[in-house]
Design a binder for this molecule. Structure first.
Ligand SMILES: Nc1ncnc2c1ncn2[C@@H]1O[C@H](COP(=O)(O)OP(=O)(O)OP(=O)(O)O)[C@@H](O)[C@H]1O
Length: 312
């Protein structure tokens, strides 16, 4: 049996030269990255960036057309990893004619030996839902809660979530995020969560994967990625980027009146009169989303450890 117990050095997801093409249109191209086990990883990118495609690959529901993706070092969807991976897609497929109790019973039967009934029932109960309620009679947000209960009840080593909180009200969103984080911390679950709600990711995710136009733009520890960037504010003197920025990577710069604000990856001290501050995660993400041509950055922990090998 596969040993998926938490080890800080273990790799949860690793992509090398990963590509997916739909009817000759590339959805993912030449993606190489690593997500270490035990991280809560935000998967961010504009609409159509390839986030759902990547999650479907990790869940074993789709196969790469180029390169490779492994889950805990194994082919995704294979018999060794499938029992340890839970995937909550945007569609959240549940049986409308089942009651919540039927749904959780199905969870137990599909996951013999690992089903965590107490956690699943607590998540449902915290939303004030009766076990006798029919899934077809629930609101979208209530169904999301049941789907999350099913996913967490499986006690997965890897939890893949595709915009999981999109239809929850703010309070339910807050509660579900807290429940998710508590479960992830208690069981060292690796979570990969696609989301468009950038403000909510700060303080929740410790790892980041930003993809745009099918390519990896940023990958690594949130802390390291933030530390690699600086917001510089100063006087706008002349057209074009300031000369002092020439030795550094400028992700984005904007001029408002006489003030220039830039998000920069400094290669050393920046000359000139600039007020420098560390950006928030939202500032880094927004700047990279607005500047898809900025050079990609992978922190050392996000560099794949294996070289290219044919997809299994
Ligand atoms: N089944 C499919 N057949 C053909 N093209 C597809 C299919 N699924 C996705 N695509 C295309 O692949 C690209 C990536 O789509 P994907 O759904 O992975 O993006 P996403 O980042 O999840 O977007 P969103 O934020 O809108 O959910 C898009 O251009 C999309 O049109």
């Amino acid at each position: 049996m596969t040993d998926l117990t938490f080890h800080p050095d273990r790799t949860a997801l690793e992509a090398v030269g990963l590509g997916v093409t739909y009817r000759r249109a590339p959805a993912l191209r030449d993606c190489s990255f690593r997500v270490p086990a035990g991280r809560v990883c935000a998967l961010v990118g504009p609409n159509g960036a390839g986030k759902s495609t990547l999650l479907a690959l990790a869940a074993g529901l789709r196969r790469p057309t180029a390169g490779s993706l492994t889950v805990f070092g194994r082919p995704p969807g294979g018999p060794e990893v499938r029992p340890h991976v839970a995937f909550l897609s945007q569609e959240k497929p549940l049986y409308p004619s089942f009651t919540i109790a039927d749904t959780l019973r199905m969870g137990r039967e599909l996951n013999p030996g690992s089903w965590d009934r107490a956690t699943a029932e607590r998540i449902v109960g915290d939303g004030g839902l009766s076990l006798q309620a029919r899934v077809g009679d629930l609101s979208g947000g209530q169904r999301t809660r049941v789907a999350l209960a099913l996913a967490l009840g499986k006690r997965p080593a890897l939890l893949l979530l595709d915009e999981p909180m999109a239809d929850l009200d703010p309070l339910a969103r807050h509660d579900m995020t807290a429940a998710l984080m508590a479960e992830a911390a208690e069981h060292a679950t690796t979570v990969v969560m696609a989301s468009h709600v950038l403000a909510e990711l700060e303080g929740v995710c410790d790892y980041l994967l930003l993809i745009a136009d099918g390519r990896v733009r940023l990958a690594g520890e949130v802390e390291d990625l933030l530390a690699a960037h600086t917001v510089l504010v100063g006087r706008h003197e002349a057209a074009g980027p300031p000369r002092e920025f020439a030795a550094h990577t400028v992700v984005e710069s904007r001029v408002t009146g006489r003030q220039l604000t830039a998000l920069v990856r400094p290669e050393g001290p920046v000359a000139g009169e600039w007020r420098a501050s560390e950006p928030s995660l939202e500032e880094v993400l927004l700047a990279h989303l607005r500047a898809p041509g900025a050079p990609a950055l992978l922190t050392p922990s996000a560099e794949p450890r294996s070289s290219w090998k044919k997809a299994a």
